[in-house]
Design a binder for this molecule. Structure first.
Ligand code: ADP
Ligand code: TZP
Ligand code: MG
Length: 308
């Protein structure tokens, strides 16, 4: 087994594009290492994120062993791109200043060779979200994370959809929720990953994670995850924590596997959606590296996926 790639930390996302495919056993070993390393090194993954779920994002990042810092302003974004191991940008609630903050932070990440994670929450609401997603096309995220309708919408905005939207509902997201199945977003996800050279994580009842060469499907979680706000947002924040120590594909797989396990356990321990949220943080906090590495995951080649 080769050493885990550090390209997510030391080089732009497109430097990862030529990475050869890895076996399931290798990926699982890298996932375990990512969980360990985060707990040992407490990496900082700063966020520009929405006001609805900011606290939950920070608590989830802390629960897995990372460090959180939420910022709003352009020079703050540039500053944390230098300070952090990876940056999380979530477009859930926008302020006018984000017109400057988001492109400046993406540029600063590219200049510093730091990975960043994008959650295009609410894409399609108003014009600024669209404008920002088009603007970051030139400095794309190492990890794009969203629900199926959001990923399909990003592929369309970036001109990557081809006929991939044939499978989509055509309705776009319903507010912040998906109207499409994860399978309908597969071609869009593969196309986006091939474009960014990083990874794309599509969430749903069964999650899909791809680096454009391989496609993993991960099961678990709980329908209760859709009854609280922030399970998707915090998944992006936790993916950014793992991106501080692992390449984008491994980081996205690790975060997704951890969420599926924690969701299952929290559902067993709770008595409704309120106690689910608390039980979920407890479960994230208590997960071991070995458990995450053994999470249900089916790996396939993306070569059969006509993405472009
Ligand atoms: N029906 C479901 N069963 C199990 N897990 C789910 C289900 N729906 C969503 N999840 C999980 O909830 C988390 C957030 O996913 P999702 O609800 O699709 O994101 P978003 O909140 O951004 O729309 C992911 O970890 C996903 O695996
Ligand atoms: C409800 C809501 N409105 C704007 S952002 C947001 C949070 C969305 O969180 P998630 O996508 O994790 O459900
Ligand atoms: Mg979301």
């Amino acid at each position: 087994m080769t050493e885990p790639s550090t390209c997510a930390i030391s080089a732009p996302a497109d430097a990862c594009a030529s990475r050869s495919t890895r076996t399931e056993a290798e990926l699982r070993a890298f996932m375990a290492r990512a969980v360990h390393e985060v707990r040992e090194t407490n990496p900082l993954a700063p966020s520009i994120t929405n006001t609805v779920t900011q606290n939950f994002v920070a608590n989830a990042q802390l629960a897995v062993g990372g460090s959180a810092a939420m910022v709003y302003l352009p020079d703050e974004g540039e500053c944390v791109a230098a300070l952090g191991g990876a940056v999380y940008i979530n477009l859930g609630t926008l302020l006018p200043v984000y017109e400057q903050t988001v492109p400046a932070t993406a540029r600063a990440c590219a200049a510093a060779g730091k990975p960043w994670v994008l959650d295009p929450v609410g894409i399609g609401i108003g014009s600024l979200r669209t404008q920002l997603i088009e603007a970051v096309h030139e400095n794309p995220p190492a990890i794009l994370r969203g629900n199926a309708s959001e990923i399909i919408a990003v592929a369309e905005l970036w001109g990557l959809a081809g006929d991939s939207s044939d499978d989509a509902s055509g309705d776009g997201p319903r507010g912040v929720d998906s109207t499409d199945s994860v399978d309908a977003a597969e071609r869009a996800a593969v196309a986006c990953a091939r474009f960014t050279g990083g990874a794309v994580a599509v969430s749903g009842a069964t999650d899909l994670v791809t680096d454009g060469a391989q496609v993993a499907r991960l099961s678990g979680g709980s329908p209760l995850m859709t009854c609280i706000t922030g399970s998707g947002c915090s998944l992006g924040g936790v993916a950014a924590v793992y991106a501080c120590v692992a390449d984008p594909f491994v980081a996205a797989l690790t975060a997704t596997a951890a969420y599926n396990l924690a969701g299952l356990r929290a559902a067993e321990a709770c008595s409704g959606s309120g106690s689910f949220q608390v039980a979920f943080l407890d479960a994230l906090y208590n997960l071991t590296a070995e458990e995450v590495a053994e999470a249900p995951l089916a790996l396939a080649s993306a070569s059969g996926t006509q993405a472009l």
